[in-house]
Design a binder for this molecule. Structure first.
Ligand SMILES: [Zn+2]
Length: 424
């Protein structure tokens, strides 16, 4: 390791208190989502932090009160050296009033070597570590030849995909690290998409006509949309089982690819035959699948179920997939992310991990989902790598080990430095 880098890494130990202060400062900004629309101050802080350390910042409103922040530090030889995106979400999981925290969730404390507060694990710890690495590089006067970008995004906890907005705005790089909760594993992820399946009758009938649509000689081609939805539900279970039997992916327990019937809404009043029924489903799929392909699978399967039913044939199910927010339009997409263990950036990150921790990095899959999938979707190679574990994410007394936070910061320092010095 170069002497410059060694000295920098020593500084992380010496200035550990500053790192913990930075994480604590981020936790103090109350940014739970839901309700969301509360990240302006935190984002302002990050903007100033980045500007102080030589970044040019693009800040724009994704939703009122929820701006995205992208800081860019152009390299000394951008066209010849690798560029990097560091990405993290600034919103945190909601805290309900009855949660039995030992401390106030937004007044972080340090106790027995851990930092406790909402977002410590998911993921203000990760943001703080990455920012502190940036600070140390800047204070040492290091100018990377490759471009470095820092994205602090909103909305991840409610499917609002601030990261998608960054991709749509054209930000890209040779590699992206999403510093979300991964317990310092290098991770890909499966994907999630929500969808609404609607069964709707072309006509509305009075309750008294039921006998005419279900008994011999009744003569009305009509049906309860609720009862017909039961057929589709059964179809979904058949497909779910088929997927469980036929598909697998290393690192996932068989049958992780589920179709959850999460919410059902139907009927208008007891005096009517239910003329509409809507089912909200959550679909989990593997890293080597796309949300487009699983949605197509589901539609094809249910359309065949519908074809076998005389009424559904005339009143086929309708589908609405995904959405841009769980709180605005009741829908979300988290694309999957496959990590190529042989990608030079993954190799370099793995070797930085190994140097700092003295053991080889685990490359596996997150049992959860993060914004990492949006990079995969945009064709930007990426991996999830951050401090904290999922048992703490969203939990009461959420915490992160300070030792791990320090290790993460050191790995980031080494990785940012070395990737930024890697020729294209
Ligand atoms: Zn997260």
């Amino acid at each position: 390791m170069s002497q410059v880098l060694e000295a920098l890494i020593r500084q992380v130990d010496q200035r550990q208190e500053e790192l913990v202060q930075l994480a604590s400062q981020l936790i103090r900004y109350k940014t739970p989502a839901p309700p969301a629309r509360n990240t302006e101050e935190a984002q302002q802080f990050i903007t100033q932090f980045l500007e102080l350390h030589g970044f040019t910042v693009d800040q724009w409103e994704v939703y009122p009160g929820d701006p995205n922040v992208v800081g860019i530090k152009l390299g000394q030889a951008s066209d010849q050296f690798k560029s990097l995106i560091l990405n993290g979400h600034v919103d945190v999981a909601e805290v309900s009033a009855d949660e039995p925290w030992d401390t106030s969730p937004f007044e972080p404390i340090v106790k027995d070597g851990v930092l406790i507060g909402r977002g410590a694990s998911d993921m203000k710890g990760g943001l703080a570590g990455a920012l502190f690495a940036i600070q140390l590089l800047d204070e040492a006067g290091i100018k990377l030849p490759g471009d470095l970008m820092f994205q602090s995004v909103i909305g991840e906890e409610v499917g609002e995909a601030g990261t998608l907005q960054c991709c749509k705005r054209g930000y890209q790089a040779d590699f992206a690290v999403v510093v979300d909760t991964s317990d310092l594993h290098i991770q890909g992820q499966g994907g999630v998409i929500t969808g609404w399946i609607t069964v709707k009758s072309k006509k509305t009938f009075h309750d008294a006509t039921r006998k005419n649509m279900i008994h011999a000689g009744g003569g009305i081609l009509g049906a309860s949309a609720i009862e017909k939805m039961m057929k589709l539900l059964q179809g979904l279970q058949e497909l779910e089982r088929h997927w469980a039997v036929m598909k697998s992916y290393p690192g996932f327990a068989p049958g992780t690819n589920t179709i959850n019937p999460a919410v059902i809404e139907g009927g208008r009043h007891a005096a009517f035959i239910a003329d509409e029924c809507r089912l909200w489903i959550t679909v989990h799929f593997y890293p080597n699948e796309t949300y487009e392909s699983v949605c197509r699978d589901i539609e094809e399967h249910l359309n065949r179920v519908a074809q076998a039913d005389p009424w559904l044939r005339e009143n086929p199910p309708q589908y609405e997939w995904g959405g841009s927010s769980m709180i605005e339009d009741r829908g979300e997409i988290f694309p999957s992310l496959e990590v190529d263990p042989n990608h030079p950036a993954v190799q370099l990150l793995g070797s930085a991990h190994e140097t700092i921790l003295g053991q080889s990095a685990v490359v596996d899959v997150s049992p959860s989902v993060t914004d990492g999938g949006w990079f995969g979707d945009a064709g930007i190679p990426a991996a999830i790598y951050g401090p904290g574990d999922l048992k703490n994410a969203h939990a009461v007394n959420e915490q992160v080990s300070i030792e791990q936070l320090v290790q993460f910061t050191k790995v980031m320092l080494k990785f940012i430095y070395e990737w930024g010095h890697t020729a294209k």
